[in-house]
Design a protein around this ligand. Structure first.
Ligand code: 5GP
Length: 125
């Protein structure tokens, strides 16, 4: 079920639990502002989720309330993960689902990082 991105942050969501180390994740990067790990249900040869460490429901929430340092740190982390995975030359795609129409399922901001093959059209028609 897609989430309502206007609701308050729920600290029992699955990514909050990954951040607290309560459930495992295959981590590829961690720093002060971000954690990156493999998606449990990969949709491409490379499918990484990058999340901010702060409690933000969605891109909307983060872009409205995140500090300059958190936003800069998060954006830099996304770029660094892609670079470290060797995805700049072949290319990659970023996706941040926000709310119902986009089908966001986990109410903690996450950017999907896809790569490893030609990714096809931007959206299903
Ligand atoms: P959304 O639809 O919210 O944009 O994407 C949520 C993503 O989280 C999905 O691609 C889903 O496979 C992934 N996911 C859900 N639960 C877990 C989990 O427990 N661990 C990991 N690594 N990924 C998860």
């Amino acid at each position: 079920m897609p989430i309502d991105a206007t609701l308050a942050y729920d600290d029992q969501n699955i990514f909050a639990r990954i951040l607290r180390g309560e459930i495992p994740a295959k981590k590829v990067h961690e720093d002060e502002h971000a954690l990156a790990f493999h998606d449990i249900n990969a949709q491409a040869p490379v499918h990484i989720l990058v999340i901010p460490k702060g409690a933000y429901v969605s891109w909307d929430d983060f872009s409205a309330r995140g500090s300059e340092a958190e936003i800069a740190g998060f954006v830099r982390a996304v770029g660094k993960v892609a670079r470290n995975l060797g995805l700049v030359a072949p290319g990659y795609r970023l996706l941040a689902n926000t709310g119902g129409d986009a089908g966001q399922e986990v109410p903690h901001l996450h950017v999907h990082l896809f790569g490893g093959r030609h990714l096809g059209p931007m959206l299903a028609r």
